[in-house]
Structure formats: C-alpha cells, structure tokens
Design a protein. Structure first.
Length: 271
C-alpha cells in the first residue's frame, strides 16, 4: 500500500473512531498547561492530575510560582517522577517567564525551548494543545504507534518520527492527530500487549500483518523493543546510542532528567 493511502485510511479511521481527541492533563491557562506538561515527562497524566490541583491553587500563575522556592514546589510534586529536577525547572521557568516574557507563555517554539526543562516535545505540546498550531509532539506512544502501523519506517529518533508525520498529515489535523496516536497507544496499542482484537486498524497495520503472516520472529522482537516501561527506556537508548539516548530523553520533554547522577538519586528518593 502506498504511504499516502495508508495515511488516508488511518486518518479516516481516527476521524470516525475518535472525533474528539484532547489532552488528558488538567489545566486552566497556558502557564498551567506548560507546568503540567513539564511534570508529565516520564510520568503518567493521571499522576500529574493528582498533584496539580493543590499546586495550581498555591501557585496559579508564573508570578506566584516565581516567588516560590524549589523546596516549596517540591512539597507539592514529590510524588511525580524526578521531583527534584522538576522543582528546579518549574522555579526556573516561572522566573524566566516573569523576567523575560511579562509572565506570559510565549507562543513560539524557539522561545519556549529557552525555558528550563522545556525541550522540543514539551514546546510542541504547548503549541499544539493551547495555541492550536500545526505541531506534532512525539512521545513514547506516538513513536511506538506510528512505527507499528507503518506510518514511519525505520525511524530512529522522535525527531525523525515528527518529520515523517508532519510530511503526510494535513496541517490542520496535526494537533488532533497527536492526540489520536497518544490515546490509541495508551488504551489500545499498548506497549507490552497491543489489543489488536479491539483495534480497527488491523487491515492496514504493518505490525498486525507481520503477526498474521507468521513473521513471529519480527513481531516478538518488536514487542520486546517497544514493550514495558523498562524496555521502552532501552528502546529510547537504542534509537540513538547511549549518548544520544540521554539527549533524546531531554528532547522528549525534560532537559535535565537525562543527567545520570541526578536520575539515580531521584529514582532512589522517589520510590
Ligand atoms: S492492529 Fe494491533 S499493533 Fe496495529 S495499531 Fe492496532 S493495536 Fe496496534
């Protein structure tokens, strides 16, 4: 099947199966969305939504959070992953927003990426979700689902995946398509065990076809590569080599969680 035909059929399916597709993060302003997205790096939206009501009640704006110390912020977010780094980022980005952007979240991706803790994925989420710009943030779900369906072939990094998806998906659909792929990955095409029996894409999905035609070796390898939290981390490292993997983690939304030393300490402290 030609790639353009594959994209057409996948879009047609999601238009019908998921006419409404939105972020599951709770927020009330662009600043709160930015904070929630920073918190969601390597963490579930569900967990983030558990901590943000109290955090936003205490610090609803950049001005309010800029007054807080890292320790203050930590006390609200200690149950998310990497709370030390994230407290540091939130304190830093709030101050920079106040000092350089009048307390407003910029709507430009390059400006967004200047903020502490904001990588390409986080900036793209804010662009797509709040400003409805034609952006395609690539997280682990988007990366995996696009690869399984065959929307991307041999993509090694989130950036390659982003470029491929942006090339084929009509601009006006990009913000919604981002949610289609995330939600599909979260609830149907799950990492460890995709629910192909509940999926309407079996006729076009490369992964499913390989399974059906008995290419079990390839399929099993793919499940291992994209299955489970621990193996997902490995996948990220494999996509770009050890060093690139750290950079990639930063690109996927948290500039400094790639720091091994900090990561080790935080994982220890977070458990
Ligand atoms: S058919 Fe299976 S592998 Fe393919 S997209 Fe659907 S759930 Fe994922």
């Amino acid at each position: 099947m030609r790639k353009s035909e594959l994209y057409r059929r996948v879009i047609e399916y999601f238009e019908q199966a998921m006419p409404v597709a939105e972020t599951e993060l709770h927020y009330g302003s662009p600043f709160q969305l930015l904070v929630a997205v920073v918190l969601s790096a390597q963490c579930t939206d569900k967990r983030v939504n558990m901590v943000t009501p109290a955090l936003f009640a205490a610090y609803p704006t950049a001005e309010a959070m800029a007054q807080a110390s890292e320790e203050d912020i930590f006390s609200y977010i200690h149950s998310v992953s990497y709370p030390n780094n994230k407290s540091h980022h939130l304190a830093g980005l709030s101050r920079m927003l106040v000092e350089e952007f009048g307390g407003e979240v910029p709507d430009d991706r390059d400006q967004l990426q200047r903020l502490p803790g904001v990588g390409r994925k986080t900036a793209n989420v804010v662009e797509a979700v709040y400003f409805d710009r034609p952006a395609m943030p690539v997280d682990t779900h988007v990366f995996r689902v696009a690869n399984r369906i065959g929307l991307t072939i041999n993509s090694k990094t989130p950036l390659q995946t982003e470029r491929e998806l942006v090339k084929y998906i009509p601009e006006q659909l990009l913000p919604k398509a981002h949610h289609w792929l995330i939600l599909h990955g979260r609830y149907v095409c799950q990492a460890r065990k995709p629910k192909c029996g509940e999926c309407g894409l079996t006729e076009v999905c490369c992964f499913f076809r390989r399974q059906e035609t008995g290419d079990k070796k390839t399929g099993d390898k793919e499940i291992r590569r994209i299955g489970g939290k621990e193996t997902e981390d490995k996948e990220i490292r494999r996509t770009g080599g050890k060093e690139t993997g750290d950079k990639e983690t930063r690109r996927m939304g948290d500039k400094e969680t790639g720091d091994k030393e900090t990561r080790r300490k935080e994982v220890k402290g977070a458990v």
